[in-house]
Design a protein around this ligand. Structure first.
Ligand SMILES: Cc1ncc(COP(=O)(O)O)c(C=O)c1O
Length: 447
């Protein structure tokens, strides 16, 4: 529960040695004009703007030129000289060691492929988070599985292993751990649960490129990893995805679920005999070439975001009315965005008023993330997934009733959070000024 998330717990889960804001942030606070809010005519706390955000350049152009000199833009090499997909797969494997790596059209596709390859079928339950992109969950429904929503930890915004344990039933087949906003999930207890109950542990790393759990890249710990290369992610190719596994049952099945049932590279594959029902989730050579270059930029992007996020955490961690995001000292978070929570009972304002005042200070921020937890979407509430119907419920394969689902911590996370834009075009000065803006607004509204 949020109220129980004490300073002691924060100290245990962060590497920040001092809770008082560092001198540089306090200096930024002083020059921010003391207590008078910009909204009320005071000077803005944030004067620094992001730099020019160059996400791709001649290197990607060169790679695309090389691709269009190939005789084919199809992913599968066959006997041809196509190189882009092979290069992306090789670089991905170096970044995130997995024996089987398959490129695909999106992060949503990656999760759907993983679900299908794990053999999730009608009525099988998959435990996951109610705070994510719908792409974390739609693949479960398309395979006629049943998403089961567990509650979250108050300050990582990721699955609470205790809540996951309570959700396990004889029908549970898998857990999808989503590393939200680039913060690694608490994977060890989830792994222990998966092992104890014979479950597949999937990692949805769409928002967590470059993040590390205990020194290892996310996506190299569970049974299967799913990544998105959609435009807004740390790295991308407009759209795209990667799904990977070293599991001997899941790994070899990935390719056929990405390519209409065709495991083209499997020597035992027979189109007429071994194919399965699957859709077309292929990625072309053009996207693969682009993404292969983007992967070479990842470490720089991840390290920068990790450092900027730390500055923000340090700058706001002593404020009684603010809950900074928690990050274990042994992990690396790569901040797809920065999300902190307000203790509204310690403030004389609403979340909307806080966000408005913060924006007036020049901070790049907005209130909340997704408007409601996924189970509150109308098609979950009326179980109308397929032309208004849900066959697994009609067949008696599940008694799930999403109108009865409640994840109080997840709902509180969405109701009390402020999102700050963070990316590699920014610098530490901007982060310190942003922290000073949060401090100024929090002090102004302190109850
Ligand atoms: C956690 C998470 N999973 C899955 C997806 C789906 O990725 P895509 O948009 O590439 O389908 C997203 C996209 O934002 C995401 O954030």
């Amino acid at each position: 529960m949020a109220a129980n998330y004490t300073r002691r717990k924060f100290l245990r889960t962060t590497s920040v040695a001092v809770l008082a804001a560092p001198a540089a942030t306090r200096a930024a606070e002083d020059t921010a004009g003391g207590a008078k809010l910009a909204k009320l005519g005071g000077p803005k706390a944030v004067q620094t703007r992001p730099g020019k955000w160059v996400r791709w350049d001649e290197q990607e152009q060169q790679q695309l030129r090389a691709a269009i000199e190939q005789p084919s833009l199809f992913y599968w090499q066959g006997r041809g000289p196509n190189k882009q997909t092979a290069t992306l797969i090789e670089r991905f494997r170096q970044y995130c060691p997995n024996e089987h790596v398959v490129t695909c059209s999106s992060g949503t596709a990656a999760v759907h492929i993983a679900i299908a390859a794990a053999g999730i079928g009608p009525g099988d339950e998959v435990i996951t988070t109610p705070i994510s992109d719908i792409g974390s969950v739609s693949g479960i429904l398309f395979q006629q599985g049943v998403p089961v929503f567990a509650d979250l930890e108050p300050s990582t915004y990721n699955l609470d292993p205790k809540s996951v344990a309570r959700c396990i039933t004889p029908r549970t087949k898998a857990i999808i751990a989503v590393h939200l906003a680039g913060t690694p999930c608490n994977l060890a207890p989830l792994q222990a649960l998966a092992e104890k109950h014979g479950l597949v542990l999937m990692e949805d790393c769409a928002q967590a490129w470059g993040a590390k759990y205990r020194g290892r890249p996310v996506g190299s710990i569970g049974h299967v990893a799913c990544y998105s290369l959609m435009n807004s992610k740390h790295i991308g190719s407009g759209d795209g995805g990667v799904v990977a596994s070293s599991d001997p049952k899941i790994g070899p099945a990935l390719l056929k679920f990405a390519d209409k049932g065709n495991a083209r590279t499997d020597p035992n594959y027979r189109w007429d005999q071994t194919a399965v029902l699957a859709t077309n989730y292929r990625m072309s050579e053009l996207q693969a070439g682009f993404a292969a270059v983007q992967l070479t930029r990842l470490e720089g992007i991840a390290a920068k975001r990790a450092a900027l996020g730390r500055v923000l955490i340090e700058g706001i961690s002593d404020l009684p009315a603010v809950m900074p995001p928690a990050l274990d000292a042994a992990d690396r978070g790569t901040f797809w965005f920065f999300y902190f929570r307000l203790r509204l009972e310690r403030l004389k304002c609403t979340r909307a008023e806080f966000a408005e005042a913060l924006r007036a200070e020049g901070a790049l921020c907005s209130a909340g993330y997704i408007p409601v937890p996924l189970y509150k979407l109308p098609y979950f509430q009326n179980h109308g997934f397929f032309a208004g119907r849900w066959p697994v419920k009609e067949l008696g394969l599940t008694a799930m009733d999403y109108t009865q689902v409640k994840c109080p911590e997840a709902e509180a996370i969405l109701a009390t959070g402020i999102q700050i834009t963070l990316n590699e075009s920014m610098d530490e000065t901007l982060m310190r000024e942003t922290a000073a803006a949060v401090r100024k607004v929090a002090k102004h509204f302190a109850a």
